[in-house]
Write a protein that binds this ligand. Structure first.
Ligand code: NAX
Length: 333
């Protein structure tokens, strides 16, 4: 079926993979009119789990699902691929230094980027979910020099959605009431969830918070002491409460990231390759407020940045620079 979209999911035998596959095959990502062909890439130890998921997919008899192929060979996995979702990554093991983690993942995302460059379709778009997602995306993009850099993105939509969730709670609003939130920087605890441009039912969020909390000082204190750290450390909170990392919410965010990139959106957050916007060094994969007209995410430019915001953005960008320099020091990236 040549009209089907080929979607490659790496780490498809893992937890997020299991949460992603069924929703993609059901049409939640590309819509009810776009048949999909799935390619599942795993390492040898993960192949059986991916095969099991494929058996269950068959048992769903999804009308949109045309074909499933499972492989441990990146070139086979990315052959003719239109959308790549890079979920599989090397987790931080006990006693593992940050440099070891970056090196182990460079050994995954470098070759996968190269395979994408060699085998994927002309219209390939890539989202990296596996951590450290921003730097993994940078490595993949650097390894595919013939693919336009703007095709490579990393997921910060989960952070964005977490921020929306915190605001709906604080403002007694519905998710759709909130617009123009931004996640800046790295998908890590240094990220900056920014409400300075955000509105709730058209009213600036900062004004709505001030009205509810009894003044601007109280609103800023809530943002600094509750909202920002809670969003930035939500992953750790989920692990503590649930006993396992975020899975369904991460898969949901990945689906929304691809859906909105393809269908268009006026405003969301995603990590994209910087071309120098807001002073972020060129080439870093940094989260920004973005929009899409269906042909990829573009940074929303021209927003006024306060000094307080600038300091928070700078510290997360400094972490991205340090990650990039660490992989460069290893001779990678
Ligand atoms: P799992 O450990 O359940 O699954 C990972 C899978 O990847 C395993 O089946 C493993 O065999 C496979 N894998 C490892 N190396 C591979 C390679 N070279 N090629 C193909 N497959 C490979 O982890 P899961 O809970 O699914 O999380 C996956 C990744 O998402 C992790 O790196 C995690 O840190 C990251 N996350 C990113 C988030 C984001 O917002 N960007 C949020 C959720 C999540 O923490």
């Amino acid at each position: 079926d040549t009209s089907a979209t080929t979607i490659t999911i790496t780490g498809a035998g893992g937890q997020i993979g299991y949460a992603l596959l069924f929703r993609i095959a059901a049409g939640d990502m590309l819509g009810a009119d776009r048949p999909v062909r799935l390619r599942l890439l795993e390492i040898p130890q993960g192949l059986r789990a991916a095969e099991g998921a494929a058996l269950e997919l068959q048992d769903c008899a999804f009308p949109l699902l045309r074909h499933i192929e499972i492989t441990d060979d990146p070139l086979t996995a990315f052959e003719g691929c239109n959308i790549a979702m890079l979920v599989g990554a090397r987790p931080r093991g006990p006693g593992m230094e940050r440099a070891d983690l970056l090196a182990a993942n460079a050994g995954i995302f470098g070759p996968q980027g190269a395979a994408i460059g060699a085998a994927a379709a002309e219209d390939i778009r890539v989202v990296v979910v596996g951590n450290p997602a921003n730097t993994n995306a940078l490595l993949a993009a650097d390894s595919a020099p013939d693919v336009p850099a703007d095709r490579f993105t990393a997921l910060t939509r989960l952070d964005h959605n977490r921020a929306v969730g915190q605001l709906t709670d604080a403002l007694d609003a519905a998710p759709d009431d909130i617009d123009r939130l931004a996640i800046w920087g790295n998908h890590s605890a240094t990220q900056f969830p920014d409400v300075s441009h955000a509105v709730v039912r058209g009213e600036p969020v900062i004004e709505a918070l001030s009205a509810r909390l009894g003044g601007l000082a109280a609103a800023e204190a809530w943002l600094d002491e509750s909202f920002i750290p809670r969003v930035a450390k939500r992953g750790a909170e989920i692990i503590e409460v649930r006993g396992s990392s975020s899975v369904a919410s991460a898969a949901n965010a990945a689906i929304e990231h691809v859906r909105d990139e393809q269908a268009g959106t006026a405003w969301t957050s995603a990590a994209v390759v910087s071309t120098g916007e807001y002073g972020v060094p060129e080439g870093l994969v940094c989260s920004f407020p973005v929009r899409s007209e269906g042909s990829g995410y573009r940074v929303i430019e021209g927003l006024a940045i306060s000094e307080r915001s600038r300091a928070r953005m700078d510290s997360s960008v400094a972490e991205l620079v340090a990650e990039r320099d660490a992989v460069r020091a290893l001779g990678l990236g």
